[in-house]
Ligand binder design. Structure first.
Ligand code: APR
Length: 234
């Protein structure tokens, strides 16, 4: 049994991290073109660094919720049976890891990693992004950016993701509005390959009509119950 799970901001909502498109979501407060595009960073890097520094500070105080822990448990239980969970997240938070998930594919990058815009070197970093800090790899200053995939940039690990999707027996999307491609297209790809699909969300997403099964409610309640049901059926 190979299960492909795609998570979005909704799985971290109950941990206190804002989603993007809900009412009073992140994109209702900030212009994404200014803070989440390469053009925005080129135009006003200080504004972009301040935006991500605020999100890093928010992340420092956030804890995983029951949904994150349930997925970490599912991976262990499946592996014990020779089955597999492929956990792909659109989230840049580290709550899956904090809940114990070992293999997390961050297709939109990671907030707690700093990338040098000059040489692309990466380093784990929960502190503020500071322009004057010289890159440890190339020695240049002014390049510190979050290792986050901005709009117009290419998501990460797409070959690995497509391989895992093609081998899945079940595709499950959790806490995502189905607004941003290529992630939003995964369910249609799965369906075209005859793979069973399930949506777990607070409310129907833009892709709801594509899913075979739909479970609605807070992820912290619905995901643990769904994991129990999957394990009982193995
Ligand atoms: N439990 C389950 N689902 C929830 C909860 C909750 N407690 N709270 C909100 N949701 C759902 C919302 O109904 C919504 O469908 O989570 C979804 C969040 O959607 P978005 O805010 O659009 O977040 P996401 O789908 O992850 O965005 C995708 O867009 O901004 C970019 O790169 C960013 O990764 C992000 C991508």
């Amino acid at each position: 049994m190979k299960i492909f799970v795609l998570t979005g901001a909704g799985i971290s909502a109950e941990s206190g991290l804002g989603t993007f498109r809900d009412k009073d979501g992140v994109w209702t407060k900030y212009d994404l073109a200014e803070v989440a595009t390469p053009e925005g960073f080129a135009k006003d890097p200080a504004k972009v660094r301040a935006f991500y520094n605020a999100r890093r500070a928010n992340l420092a105080g956030a804890a995983p919720n029951a949904a994150h822990f349930a997925l970490a448990r599912l991976a262990v239980e499946l592996a014990a049976r020779g089955d597999d969970l492929f956990l792909c997240t659109q989230n840049v938070d580290d709550l899956h890891e904090k809940a114990g998930s070992k293999r997390v594919i961050h297709m939109h990058g990671e907030l707690a990693v700093t990338r040098c815009a000059h040489c692309q070197a990466l380093r784990p970093d929960v502190g503020p992004l500071i322009a004057e800090t010289a890159c440890e790899a190339c020695g240049r200053t002014g390049g510190a950016r979050p290792h986050v995939v901005w709009f117009g940039e290419t998501p990460l690990f797409m070959d690995e993701i497509e391989d895992a999707l093609s081998e899945a027996d079940l595709f499950v999307a959790i806490g995502t509005s189905g607004s941003v491609y290529p992630a939003a297209g995964f369910v249609a790809e799965a369906r075209a390959m005859g793979i069973a699909t399930c949506e777990i969300n607070l409310e129907p997403s833009a892709n709801a009509y594509v899913f075979d099964e739909k479970l609605y409610g807070p992820a912290g309640e619905v995901v643990p119950a769904w994991v129990e049901r999957v394990l009982a059926a193995l």
